[in-house]
Ligand binder design. Structure first.
Ligand SMILES: N[C@@H](CCC(=O)N[C@@H](CS)C(=O)NCC(=O)O)C(=O)O
Length: 208
């Protein structure tokens, strides 16, 4: 049974699609259209109605980008996507991985569909604005901490793939070029990886 990735083009599933590609593992992708989310088929796979979701080769369901990343690191250590337990950069890797999904990602969860959380239209507009601002502050914080050339220093890890994809979302790449040049440079380096060219093209990335 091949690993199946439930996906939507350009979304968080593009991170997982790129990571899977870097492992060399065979997989199949089922793309949903954004207008169609959440739909019955996806809800049957992931009760949260979110992508990415992975059906593993043993039939298990694996959701949550951070969990998927750590699983890929365990399953495919040769891919070097995740620094191993005794690696000195492991602590900062874990810290930033969880920060990306626990601090940055929720600003999209609440900001992309504010009407799901606050029924009043004015409040919804405000929630979108405040989560957008919060995200900008978070990216600036990471920019300050980043020495380059990659998020974890001298070596590329899964986190650089997160940056390449997430920097295509609001406030988007032009903002990163102006406000977070180091993160922008990392994203551009990832854009250039030959192994990932087809993944980016399927996901219509990068977007400016
Ligand atoms: N905590 C999840 C968040 C996943 C998520 O928010 N996915 C978004 C797309 S990037 C989604 O499925 N949105 C569709 C919807 O909420 O209707 C993770 O880290 O994987």
């Amino acid at each position: 049974m091949a690993i199946t990735l439930y996906a939507a083009r350009g979304g968080g599933s593009a991170i997982v699609e790129a990571l899977l590609t870097l492992t060399g593992q065979e997989y199949r992708v089922e793309y949903f259209s954004w207008e169609d989310l959440p739909n019955e088929e996806l809800l049957a796979v992931n009760p949260l109605g979110e992508i990415p979701a992975l059906r593993l080769d043993n039939g298990d369901l694996l959701t949550e980008t951070a969990a998927i990343t750590l699983w890929l690191g365990d399953r495919f250590p040769a891919s070097k996507l995740v620094p191993p337990a005794d690696d000195p950069v492991r602590v900062q890797f874990l810290r930033r991985l969880v920060w990306l999904v626990a601090a940055v990602y929720p600003t999209f969860t609440y900001g992309d569909h504010p009407e799901r959380f606050v029924p009043d239209k004015t409040d919804a507009v405000q929630l979108r604005e405040t989560t957008d601002l919060r995200r900008q502050a978070l990216w600036r914080q990471l920019e300050k901490e980043t020495g380059g050339p990659w998020i974890c220093g001298g070596r590329r890890t899964a986190l650089d793939i997160f940056i390449a994809v997430m920097s295509c979302w609001r406030p988007r790449r032009q903002w990163f070029a102006a406000e977070c040049p180091q993160l922008f440079a990392i994203a551009q380096r990832v854009d250039q990886l030959d192994t990932l060219k087809k993944v980016w093209s399927r996901n219509r990335l990068p977007q400016t």
